[in-house]
Design a binder for this molecule. Structure first.
Ligand code: KIV
Ligand code: ZN
Length: 385
């Protein structure tokens, strides 16, 4: 079984979500929770981007001990100096340097020739490697880059000292087959690839970030970059909790495992949502409020008989105490009787049928019927006798 390292970038790419601006204390609290969750690497920020970010990354690096703290840098000495200065007191600090490699980015954003990009990438990695052997290099917009150009530049940055090579789907454009294919292509052709780990970093513009991240494992990726609740630029990044649970539940398929403490997932998700102000959609996989809620009568009946009928994830696995049987218009007698027993309502068959009838009438007016509603209906019924 292979190990997949989890590189969390909630505090860097995640914080780049529109409208999010985390306070330094909030960032530190999230960092401590990510450490509890057991991520292998946390990208704490982009120190050259502002004094505030520099100080916040420095504080995190000084506090966190159980995982590597990474800082992002463009391919300039200035950025790399700021990144190193911010993380150098950390346990296992990582400098993460990047430059774009796609024709559109090189020509229109960087205004550089491919040869100049190769030279800059090599220089920046060599410079970063003077500080630490833990250097990650990213080919921004890798999925819209020429694969043979990637083979050339990756070979050279590994020679210059990169120990992790990240191939981001920066604009969320790839399909799972293409993304896995790109990893395979590089793994087969980069002669010194055994000296570096390959990493995946996916955005969710087409809703494929998690699928692409998982597909990269088949292509040989050993590190996956992701964020809590999938927050990030535009439509967000690959969601950590979905990747972690998919790997845990489908171990036989992916033949890979993480070192995450899965029972910290809900707690981490809620903390990130609270501080970023980004609500988790109720139907979000794994951490959405409805992820373990059963509403229809057929499903409720099945779950009450055996949870495995409709639940592939045990709620306790991610730190939830139990699933939820939500009583609404699709609920059946079995779930309703179960709820009455839970609430201590004891009725003979005749009164139970009457209470169920009143409950059904109420569901016509309400989306969800609460415990209090049922208690009130039962009290009404017994009071009328
Ligand atoms: O999406 C991206 O390409 C990035 C890089 C800076 C790694 O976030
Ligand atoms: Zn990104």
């Amino acid at each position: 079984m292979g190990k997949i390292e989890i590189f969390d970038t909630t505090l860097r790419d995640g914080e780049q979500s529109a409208g999010v601006n985390l306070h330094a204390d909030e960032k530190l609290e999230i960092a401590c929770q990510l450490e509890r969750l057991g991520v292998d690497v946390m990208e704490a920020g982009f120190p050259a981007s502002s004094r505030g970010d520099f100080l916040s990354v420095q504080r995190i690096a000084r506090t966190i001990r159980k995982c590597s703290v990474a800082a992002l840098a463009r391919s300039t000495k200035n950025d790399i100096d700021a990144a190193w200065e911010a993380i150098k007191e950390g346990g296992n600090p990582r400098i993460h340097v990047f430059i774009a490699t796609s024709p559109i980015h090189m020509e229109h954003k960087l205004r550089m020739t491919p040869e100049q990009v190769v030279q800059k990438a090599v220089e920046s990695v060599r410079y970063a490697a003077n500080f630490t052997s833990n250097v990650e290099w990213s080919a921004e917009d890798a999925t819209r880059s020429d694969w043979d150009f990637l083979v050339e530049i990756v070979t050279k940055v590994i020679d210059a000292g990169a120990t992790v090579v990240n191939l981001p789907d920066t604009v969320g454009y790839a399909t799972p087959q293409e993304y896995a294919g790109m990893f395979r292509y590089l793994r087969e052709r980069v002669p010194n690839i055994h000296r570096a780990k390959l990493s995946a970093h996916c955005h969710d513009d087409l809703g494929l970030a998690v699928a692409n991240s998982l597909a990269s494992i088949e292509g040989g990726a050993e590190q996956i970059e992701c964020t809590i609740n999938g927050i990030g630029e535009r439509a967000g990044n690959a969601s950590l909790e979905e990747i972690a649970i998919a790997l845990a539940i489908r171990k036989q398929v992916y033949q890979a495992e993480t070192g995450l403490e899965l029972n910290q997932i809900v707690r981490t998700s809620r903390l990130v949502s609270k501080y970023t102000g980004l609500a988790v959609p109720p139907n979000k996989a794994v951490v959405g409020a409805n992820a373990f809620a059963h509403e229809s009568g057929i499903h409720q009946d099945g779950v009450l008989k055996n949870k495995l009928t409709y639940e592939i994830i045990r709620p306790e696995m991610i730190g939830l105490s139990s699933n939820a049987i939500v009583l609404g218009k699709h609920s059946g007698r079995h779930a309703f009787r179960n709820k009455c027993e839970e609430l201590g309502i004891q009725l003979d068959d005749e009164r139970f049928h009457l209470l169920f009838k009143h409950f059904k009438e109420l569901t016509e007016k309400r989306k969800e019927v609460t415990d209090e509603d049922i208690m009130a209906l039962a009290a009404d019924l017994t009071g009328k006798e």
